[in-house]
Design a protein around this ligand. Structure first.
Ligand SMILES: Nc1ncnc2[nH]cnc12
Ligand SMILES: [Zn+2]
Length: 353
């Protein structure tokens, strides 16, 4: 909890989270529990896997996106049954509820499971059960976004996209959109044009990680070639004024993840994330946790870190929250409810003694 007088206000904002990898919500405690339950042997030649505490300490020393991804893919190897995926997602939704999340659009990486022999149906069953429970017991609405792993050969990604179970999840609406994640440098968005073209023909929503470690030209590529509606991270946008103007004019929203950017050494401190530049220019963005179990904080920790670094006003926070609601991929009546809750909160906050 931060010490700001605005903490209760930040907590109460009806926040939308657009950038959370469910596999990135795997805490060391759950990881070790599932490894033991599923008889998964964790790497014995890496002292980081000696205990949950040692693993957590290693997470504090990531040197790059790829260094993190090495642990991320090993971690998720403990997920085997629908119950495991449900447990993972339910743990995330409970943290989200505690942080005041109203709506979450959550990523998952099916290829990372299917290539280990875990079926898409298994993954979807577990996540869907947790989503239904989150709606019922916590009042959190959610959407699923199926991500493709850009470090894998494009034909593998296309084959996953065409998998009958994956197609069915697109058609029945259990998956709302697609994303693109994993190692960024050397894997430009243009490689994935075919998948995004097919996705748009199916009426799927589209986003992609771009401008996290990679250059601003990857953001241009994602907009021009993949026809994305959102950009995940996108902090390198600040390097290109013309592109920033284009993003403002198109109303494309960035899903920014400040603590992730620090932990993965994309910036030295949260104060270096171009939050003030984006606000001044009128770039729409939401604030998100990315991989909360790995980066030392859930969404409210990210809000607090931004507040500490940039001292946003109540009006500015309300505008960030409003952009997040409007940039969500849920139904209009859900957005209207969250917008109403936001207006009420701001009025009440300004009236308080
Ligand atoms: N921050 C990140 N960037 C790219 N791929 C990811 N997969 C999980 N977290 C990621
Ligand atoms: Zn991400």
């Amino acid at each position: 909890m931060c010490k700001s007088p605005l903490h209760a206000f930040l907590r109460a904002l009806p926040k939308c989270e657009h950038h959370i990898h469910l596999e990135g919500a795997l805490t060391p405690a759950i990881l070790f529990t599932l490894a033991s339950r599923n008889n998964i042997t964790l790497p014995q030649d890496d002292a980081a896997f000696a205990s949950p505490e040692a693993l957590l300490a290693r997470y504090g020393r990531f040197t790059s996106l790829d260094d993190f991804l090495h642990y991320y893919y090993i971690g998720m190897s403990v997920l085997i049954s629908p119950n495991d995926f449900e447990l993972l997602a339910w743990d995330y939704f409970q943290h989200a509820a505690a942080d005041g999340v109203a709506h979450a659009e959550v990523f998952f990486d099916p290829q990372a499971h299917m290539e280990r022999g875990v079926s898409y149906a298994t993954v979807l069953k577990g996540f869907s059960t947790a989503r239904e429970r989150a709606q019922k017991e916590l009042g959190i609405s959610s959407e699923l976004i199926c991500c493709f792993l850009r470090h894998l050969p494009v034909p593998d990604c296309l084959a996953t996209f065409e998998d009958p179970d994956v197609q069915e999840s697109f058609m029945d609406g259990s998956v709302r959109g697609i994303g693109l994640d994993s190692s960024e440098k050397s894997f430009p968005p243009e490689l994935f044009e075919e998948i995004y073209w097919r996705a748009s023909k199916l009426g799927l929503r589209r986003t992609a990680h771009a401008g996290e470690e990679g250059p601003a030209t990857y953001i241009t590529g994602a907009l021009d070639t993949l026809n994305v509606e959102r950009i995940d991270h996108g902090i390198r946008l600040a390097d290109d004024k013309e592109l920033m103007q284009r993003v403002v004019e198109s109303g494309t929203m960035l899903s920014v993840c400040p603590l992730s950017n620090v932990l993965l050494r994309c910036v030295k401190a949260v104060a270096e994330v171009p939050i003030r530049k984006f606000l001044d220019a009128g770039v729409k963005f939401s604030i998100n946790s990315d991989d909360p179990a790995y980066f030392g904080g859930y969404i409210l920790d990210n809000y607090c870190a931004v507040h500490e670094a940039f001292d946003l006003s109540v009006k500015e926070w309300a505008s960030v929250c409003r952009a997040g609601i409007e940039g969500s991929w849920c139904r209009q009546d859900r957005k209207d409810k969250m917008l109403g809750d936001l207006d009420t909160l701001v009025i009440d906050w300004e009236k308080r003694p």
